[in-house]
Write a protein that binds this ligand. Structure first.
Ligand SMILES: NC(=O)c1ccc[n+]([C@@H]2O[C@H](COP(=O)([O-])OP(=O)(O)OC[C@H]3O[C@@H](n4cnc5c(N)ncnc54)[C@H](OP(=O)(O)O)[C@@H]3O)[C@@H](O)[C@H]2O)c1
Length: 426
């Protein structure tokens, strides 16, 4: 079995491409079922965020497994593999393992060290198990990566400063419009990213915020978290009249189609006011055709790169500290992986010896007849089990602990030959 990851991220593809590949949560079950129905994909997990789409697989044949993932991506995005391929990265075994650890730790994020990615890796692990894409190997890999992500955040200072895509978007807005405290600011969406938007906006002194959401209740709950600030709430249906009065609009909903576009903004944008749009959603909530409007300036997640460059510089040292820690987690996974290879030989050996023990015990007890009561029989049974366990203990420990791949494989072959083990049938 081999582990591989095929994917694309903010480093390899623009938001225009990423949004076509994004797999929203409601589509995950079907996507996992489709992936695992390919003949060479034994396990599959999907990590779909605003910055990346990554598919982790366990496959008997790396070449075939990867080809099947690319087929799946081409069909899903309808981009066709020649267009898709230049944006894809492919990593195998050790590199794939290290990559997931780095992703979980926030070291591969657009905003270095951001905390949201760890929760997204956890969700991907949970849903992958629920939809039966994640089995033994990816389960262990994701668990190890989550441990790595937690350790990096608790044992290094990379997570300090509460950085996120939302904080970068607020920073960009602040750079573009210094008088943010007097601006009328509208936020579309009331989820996790909107909460962070509000948090950073109020810390920058923004005083005129209105949250609009499909469910008004959720917008009200969000406003209550900042009850010392006069935050207004409105249903999303009222967005156009509210935007008419706004200077800045942030969009952060999980809508899969644009909410704002030239058609609905053109009639409401006032020439002497102007409007800035900051869209942190992927797929985007703001259509690129709004840039055709003279009085609108629209920014999306890819435009945050300029802001985060500064953040990267100051966090590079902390990231180096974290990389060392990740090596330890990769080693722990590798050790488990190596031990896994020995499982079938060990179970086969145990099964054979256990069968001999049971047969010989039965013969002996039947020869002894009724002379031995239950108590004596139990003692003899415990004695045989004890002898078997003690004999098997050392070879098993030696085999599992053998670090050298070739030496370990020779030991397994020797055991299989000497004990005449049929590993395939157990
Ligand atoms: N989570 C992250 O770390 C992260 C980072 C960067 C960017 N983003 C992007 O930011 C966006 C929001 O992410 P999130 O984590 O904040 O999501 P979330 O917590 O799940 O919240 C989703 C929000 O989107 C609204 N929504 C969902 N479908 C909608 C539709 N069809 N029309 C209008 N509103 C809709 C929901 O409204 P209801 O309350 O009415 O359901 C809710 O306000 C996504 O595009 C995501 O890719 C997320």
């Amino acid at each position: 079995m081999h582990i591989a990851v095929v994917g694309l991220s903010h480093k390899t593809a623009s938001v225009e491409v990423r949004e076509k590949l994004s797999i929203p949560e409601p589509q995950l079950e079907n996507a996992i079922a489709e992936l695992t129905s390919y003949p060479h994909i034994q396990e599959a997990a999907i990590l779909s965020t605003c910055n990346r789409l990554e598919i982790y697989i366990v496959t008997e044949s790396t070449e075939q497994g990867i080809w099947e993932v690319i087929q799946f991506l081409a069909e899903h995005s309808q981009l066709g593999s020649p267009i898709l391929r230049p944006h894809l990265f492919i990593l195998l075994h050790h590199d794939a393992v290290m990559h997931l650890m780095r992703v979980a730790a926030g070291l591969d994020s657009l905003v270095l060290g951001e905390g949201q990615i760890l929760a997204q890796v956890k969700t991907s692990h949970k849903l992958g198990q629920q939809y039966k894409g994640i089995k033994t190997i990816l389960n262990r890999l994701f668990k190890q990566a989550i441990t790595a992500g937690k350790r990096v955040r608790t044992e290094t200072s990379i997570g300090t400063g509460a950085v996120s895509i939302s904080s970068a978007a607020v920073e960009l807005a602040y750079m573009k419009m210094e008088n943010i405290s007097t601006c009328k600011i509208t936020i579309l969406g009331a989820g996790k990213m909107s909460r962070l938007l509000v948090q950073h906006l109020v810390s920058k002194g923004a005083g005129r915020i209105c949250i609009l959401n499909r469910s008004l209740r959720r917008a009200e709950d969000l406003a209550k978290l900042f009850s010392e600030h006069p935050i207004q709430v409105r249903p999303l249906a009222e967005m156009l009249p509210v935007i008419t009065e706004s200077d800045i609009v942030f969009t952060s909903t999980s809508a899969t189609e644009p909410i704002l576009e030239r058609g609905n903004l053109e009639p409401i944008v006032c020439s002497n006011r102007g409007l800035m749009l900051f869209d942190i959603s992927v797929p985007r909530n703001v259509h690129s055709n709004v840039n055709e409007l003279e009085h609108i300036k629209a920014f999306n997640v890819d435009d945050l790169k300029a802001v985060v460059a500064q953040n990267h510089e100051s966090r590079r040292k902390m990231a180096q500290e974290a990389e060392g820690l990740l090596e330890e987690e990769v080693d722990a996974f590798d050790m488990w992986w190596r031990a896994l290879e020995t499982v079938s030989t060990i179970s086969c050996l145990r099964h054979k010896i256990e069968t001999i023990r049971e047969q010989e015990l039965e013969k002996a007890l039947s020869r002894l007849g009724s002379e031995f009561g239950d108590k004596q029989q139990e003692v003899i049974e415990a004695l045989t089990k004890g002898i078997v366990n003690k004999i098997l203990h050392d070879p098993m420990v030696q085999l599992r602990g053998q670090q050298d791949v070739d030496a370990r494989r020779s030991c397994m072959q020797a055991l299989q030959m000497l004990f005449n083990l049929d590993v395939e049938t157990v």
